[in-house]
Design a binder for this molecule. Sequence first.
Ligand SMILES: C[S@@+](CC[C@H](N)C(=O)[O-])C[C@H]1O[C@@H](n2cnc3c(N)ncnc32)[C@H](O)[C@@H]1O
Length: 549
Amino acid sequence: MAVSPSAIQAPEHVQEHGEVFTRRWVVDLILDLVGYSADRDLVGMRAIEPACGSGAFLVAMIERLMDSSRRHGRDLREAYGALAAIDLVPRNVGLSQAMARETLHSAGVRRNVAQELADAWIRQGDFLLEPPTEHSTDFVVGNPPYVRLEAVPRDRSEAYRMACQTMGGRADVYIGFYEHGLRALRDGGVLGFICADRWMRNGYGARLRAMVSGGWAVETVISMTGVDAFEDEVDAYPAITTFRREPQANGPLVVEASPSFGPSEASEVGALAAKSTADHVHKPAFRGARLGTWFSGSAGWPHGSPDRLALIADLEARYPSLEDETTGTKVGIGVATGADRVFITENPELVEPERLLPLALPRDIASGEVQWSGKYLVNPWNADGLVALEEWPRLSEYLSQHRELLAKRHTAKSGRWHKTIDRVIEGLVDCEKLYLPDFKEAIFPVRDSGRTYPHHNLYWVTSDKWDLRVLGGLLLSDVAGLFIEAYSVRMRGGYLRFQAQYLRRIRVPDIDAIEAETATALVYAFDRRDRQEATRLALPLYGLESLPD
Ligand SMILES: C[S@@+](CC[C@H](N)C(=O)[O-])C[C@H]1O[C@@H](n2cnc3c(N)ncnc32)[C@H](O)[C@@H]1O
């Protein structure tokens, strides 16, 4: 999408550009990971630095380019197209050009050639509004700006949204750098960024994750939290990621660096990445593992130690999901009303008894059993849809008293003013089911024998084949916890925020492979809420002896 950058506010007036400069050893690690090395004929290749700042990446790239030109007998004057760097801020462009000239000149390049190359390579512009041609480059490297779209002047942020398909919601500007950087790669080309890692898990990263899994292989993920990677302190959780334009075959090398990670560890990681196999590596300053596969689609990527991620990738490849057609197992969420004050009551006489359902709330299951608190849902639904109020005079009279309030809700805008946000699923109340609260320190399955309907802070699981107490035992185990901890966000106070899509990622063993004795023991562990015993019983069902830290 062509948007004229000159038509929008000049960059000099932009308050915040995300100017954080990368340390040299981090730059060298990224260049090693993407294969920007002097043994290749870099003069004949093309590399893009989309947000060059004062030239942290450029200087290292120019040094490698000169080395390559010597080794391959190339004249640097053939290298005008070998680099393309851009920055929004004119002062940074000037700084980068000066650094480039100096690097070239101090290596013996004549001043006029150095000047011409620096001018050809580095220019002022907006990478998101003047993106490179698709399939045009071999490398994209850099440290794109971390700037929330809200902090960008409105005309510019709107232009960004139009120019970048993956930049939805309250995205960060760097999302667009990934998108256009990835698109610019030729087949086999590699992108390597150090950037905030939020997009790998959160909502605004969903479109980018889906795009990545549609044509790019994740090759390296290095979590750099707390590492001294930048010239200034950064209030973000950075990660180095590299992607190659080719289908994902094997999984990436995943590394979790600790704050003492520095140049020598970076060299070790560079060497590890060069090997196609890397066993689980445990060093004082980092841990690493190469995964068998990577996670596809728009769902958030899991987080945790490399050993745990490798295990999750392995389990996801080998075992069926909790929600599964072959066992008729379904996962859903309880009803949100949009007006609990109206739709929840303790008065069993309020409306026709058929229009009341016993409602289960998170506090009703806190003990590990459903202890119904006596609250009812006023249910405006039946099997065919919303009930006709004229058929239910008491319901009609009661809801009409609150019509003004109910009609104001967003969900009622269609004119169906007496609906709850979610439809009540006919028959669910009578089904045996497991409940899981959406906010808890650990996964907490509780069985309902078929007496209550869940409120929206509870997820529910029903199954045609599973004995739900056996399944409850498996869900209580730390193996299920492994998935939840890796996919959920841990909130302040140590609570995990669950989501149905993460519950669905839990893997379960083959139902027929569970021997009767183990099943009985799982039921017993579930009934006693014995997580340790449930874990002991679950591990061998997944072919495991223990879970990694
Ligand atoms: C995090 S700094 C990184 C600079 C350099 N790559 C480094 O690693 O030291 C991000 C840079 O992006 C530039 N920038 C911000 N928005 C930009 C845009 N839309 N297009 C190009 N550059 C931009 C900023 O001026 C800043 O220099």
